[in-house]
Write a protein that binds this ligand. Structure first.
Ligand code: NI
Length: 168
């Protein structure tokens, strides 16, 4: 296991639409182990593969206050969502930035486990928010894109500074 580099706001890979994983092999499982290690080391609750520069549809999440254990999903798809909830969100790719984001309160997600097993899981609470945030990353969407005009305006200076610092 290794802690790997987290790509930051302004870097192109975060804006790309990630590609489906065609075959779950040892390389994918190693990516997942490294993502889990990187997320924990950074005290994050979720991480998507594009955030470590790998544009494939893989996410990990772990919310200790909800005893979630490590969730690792390959090619996740949100097939049902209901209700609304709002949590203060941050993102390991946008250090120093957080904002309240409205999302569905409950989601049903289908995807594959690292063993290649098809699963269908329901998530609620903070975990539902984390899963939606991570699936957004696979579409090149960041939580700040979900804010209204005022919310984004309030962050625009910080966002511009981050983008300037990270643009290659
Ligand atoms: Ni994020």
């Amino acid at each position: 296991m290794a802690v790997i580099k987290i790509y930051l706001y302004g870097e192109e890979v975060l804006r790309q639409k990630a590609l489906p994983v065609e075959k779950i092999d040892d390389g994918v499982r190693e990516l997942i182990r490294n993502m889990a290690e990187t997320m924990r080391q950074a005290s994050g609750v979720g991480l998507a593969a594009p955030q470590v520069g790998d544009s494939r549809r893989v996410i990990v999440a772990e919310v200790s206050q909800e005893n979630s254990g490590l969730i690792a999903l390959i090619n996740p798809v949100i097939v049902e969502s209901s209700g609304t909830s709002e949590f203060e969100e941050g993102c390991l790719s946008l250090p120093g930035i957080s904002a309240k984001v409205k999302r569905a309160a409950e989601v049903v997600v289908e995807g594959l486990t690292p063993d290649g097993k098809q699963v269908r899981n329901k998530y609620t609470g903070l975990l539902a928010t984390v899963i939606q945030h991570e699936v957004d990353h696979l579409e090149g969407i960041l939580f700040v894109d979900r804010l209204g005009f005022l919310g984004r305006s309030a962050l625009s200076f910080k966002l511009r500074s981050l983008a300037r610092a990270n643009k290659v």
